[in-house]
Design a protein around this ligand. Sequence first.
Ligand SMILES: O=C(O)C1=C[C@@H](OP(=O)(O)O)[C@@H](O)[C@H](O)C1
Ligand SMILES: C=C(OP(=O)(O)O)C(=O)O
Length: 438
Amino acid sequence: MSAPNAGVPAHWPAPFAASPVDATVSVPGSKSLTNRYLVLAALAEGRSRLRAPLHSRDSELMVSALRSLGATVTEIAGDGAFGPDLLIDPLPPAAPGTRRVDCGLAGTVMRFVPPLAALAGGTTAFDGDPHARTRPMSAVIDALRALGVQVDDGGTGALPFTVTGSGHIAGGRLEIDAGASSQFVSALLLAAPRFDDGLHLVHRGSTVPSPDHIAMTVAVLRGVGVDVDDSVPNEWRVAPGPVAAFDATVEPDLSNAGPFLAAALVAGGTVRMTGWPASTTQVGDKWRTILPALGARVELADGTLTVTGTGSIRGADLADTSELAPTVAAVCALAASPSTLTGIAHLRGHETDRLAALVTEINRLGGDAEETADGLVIRPAPLHAGTWETYADHRMATAGALIGLAVPGVVVRDIETTAKTLPQFPELWRQLTRTAEA
Ligand SMILES: O=C(O)C1=C[C@@H](OP(=O)(O)O)[C@@H](O)[C@H](O)C1
Ligand SMILES: C=C(OP(=O)(O)O)C(=O)O
């Protein structure tokens, strides 16, 4: 269920803040948690309930994929402010036959669902948006083959491909190179309790990116009774065994909270984000250290994170910002001193090549951004009006909106691409800026 954005123009004039913002904001559920819970519910021993889940393009693609494999997903009224809860009845013991799965541009769908398709049996054809065909996939394809699953990809190592499963996977020891995406590790760990012998996964290669997302996978697995040993760096052991049916409430998406929180820094003023968890595995919890490094005051009290701009934005050297990087880069483009972002080379394989996209769009508005081998250098430069291209990337869209808050005349093309994880973005952004508009 996506909130309608009727009347949102293809060329969206980003609201400019003529005065400081002062707003209290809530955002819908975490994409990463919602899609992990959905996968585990499909493997569970009975009916699970997901409270306050995300309803967005990525979560709907996951629901459709699981339904096509034979799971039942039903909407039921709940307490969440952004849509119904979900009841999930797991995959049947065997699902022979053929079906198609549309991955859209969702990394979680294209990486997490193929192992499930192998466990379900039958033949599943995977494809997605045009850019999805260029996203790294070969580690999952090679892993499935090493586990004895037939995968036909025409030799590309990418979408589109077909998975033909026998309905079970023996498992055991497996080596992969997860240097291009943490989702390769998460995909295999999530399915592993259902492998006959479990899984001993070993990563060989350059550093695995986005380690917080792997920690989230391990925590969610443990939460449904799965025994996971991650005590050795770059190795994970998942014991075979049942996945307990569960009733879980999804935390708000702290990565999507980022642009709203950063608005306090960019426009000045205060933004209060409700529902901030006391403890979490979401990478977005890093806003509590990133935003102060860029010049904001941040306070967490009684589940509300309050961010206050101090009137100046300073640059910073920040490592491993993962999916937060586009928002961070937008703030850095408005900073009074240089910034260096490192540990994000793998963003070249995200929804678009985010390093190239950020450099192109920041510089198009008069900025001074440069790609490095593993990130970005952004130096102070006065920005001017212009069009901000989004490349079908939700986080490029929100980054453009953030810059438009401080620079009059920024027009974001295809703001509706935010529907990937936050269909309410244009409306929530409008509410945020209402107090600050000229
Ligand atoms: O597992 C997940 O939910 C995600 C893992 C990360 O992927 P990468 O490791 O490819 O960065 C992150 O960037 C993505 O937005 C979501
Ligand atoms: C990289 C992202 O998404 P995906 O889950 O499609 O990889 C993201 O949301 O920033």
